[in-house]
Design a protein around this ligand. Structure first.
Ligand code: FES
Ligand code: FES
Length: 234
């Protein structure tokens, strides 16, 4: 016990009396903290270093770590939702990037500007979109372009030009095998293919073979006449 500073008769507990305040000695500021405890200063020191490391930009936090160079693009990045393909049309190869849902008809007309092939119904019912795939007639509106990566595609532009007409084109002109002309490219493409098929000799056979090509102008008899002329002259 210590004496009161102004009244010696009064005894007061000593601040360093280890018997009265056994715990106070353990936390006396002048003593070194136990090994498993941090002093306030060292705690703040650690906290500050960690905070700096967390807040610093990555380049500062890892200044000694080599920064990897950005990857070098080795393949062309395609627009989202498209596929790359090459189509061979009229003897020419065309590199394309298409929505895989693009029909062969739309690809020919919209991507390759081969507008001689017509879109009538877009549902396989009129024949205006007829082209040749590997020599056989096909409704291009019913076929996806991506299905023809390895095919030979021929359009009306590929069988003849104004200064060098295919015999079937010339026969259609000679027999007036058209009026408005909208169905005509499909009729001609179908007729060229029909003559390579096992079709009977009569006009009715020709009509039967070309029943998938509709002519709203009703030029059927002249169309048949043109087909038969080419058949007999070749
Ligand atoms: S547009 Fe293809 S069949 Fe009519
Ligand atoms: S010529 Fe007009 S639809 Fe055939």
């Amino acid at each position: 016990m210590a004496k009161h500073p102004t009244d010696p008769e009064i005894e007061v507990p000593s601040a360093v009396d280890s018997e009265s305040y056994p715990d106070s000695a353990a936390v006396a500021p002048s003593e070194t903290p136990p090994n498993n405890r941090l002093s306030r200063r060292s705690f703040l020191s650690h906290l500050g270093a960690a905070g700096l490391a967390a807040a610093a930009p990555p380049v500062l936090a890892s200044a000694s770590t080599p920064v990897a160079p950005p990857p070098v693009a080795t393949e062309e990045v395609l627009p989202e939702g498209t596929v790359a393909l090459t189509l061979k049309v009229n003897g020419q190869s065309h590199a394309l990037q298409l929505d895989p849902r693009t029909t062969l008809l739309d690809c020919l007309r919209e991507n390759l500007a081969l507008s001689g092939t017509k879109k009538g119904c877009d549902h396989g019912q009129c024949g205006a979109c007829t082209v040749h795939v590997n020599g056989r007639r096909v409704n291009s509106c019913l076929s996806f372009a991506v299905m023809h990566r390895n095919d030979e595609i021929t359009t009306i532009e590929g069988i003849g030009q104004p200064d060098h007409l295919h015999p079937m084109q010339a026969a259609f002109i000679e027999h007036d095998g058209y009026q408005c002309g909208y169905c005509t490219s499909g009729q001609i493409m179908s007729a060229v293919s029909v003559l390579k098929e096992n079709v009977g000799p009569t006009d009715a056979d020709v009509k039967q073979a070309m029943y998938g090509n509709i002519c709203r102008c009703g030029a059927y008899s002249n169309i048949v006449a043109a087909v038969q002329q080419v058949r007999h002259s070749s």
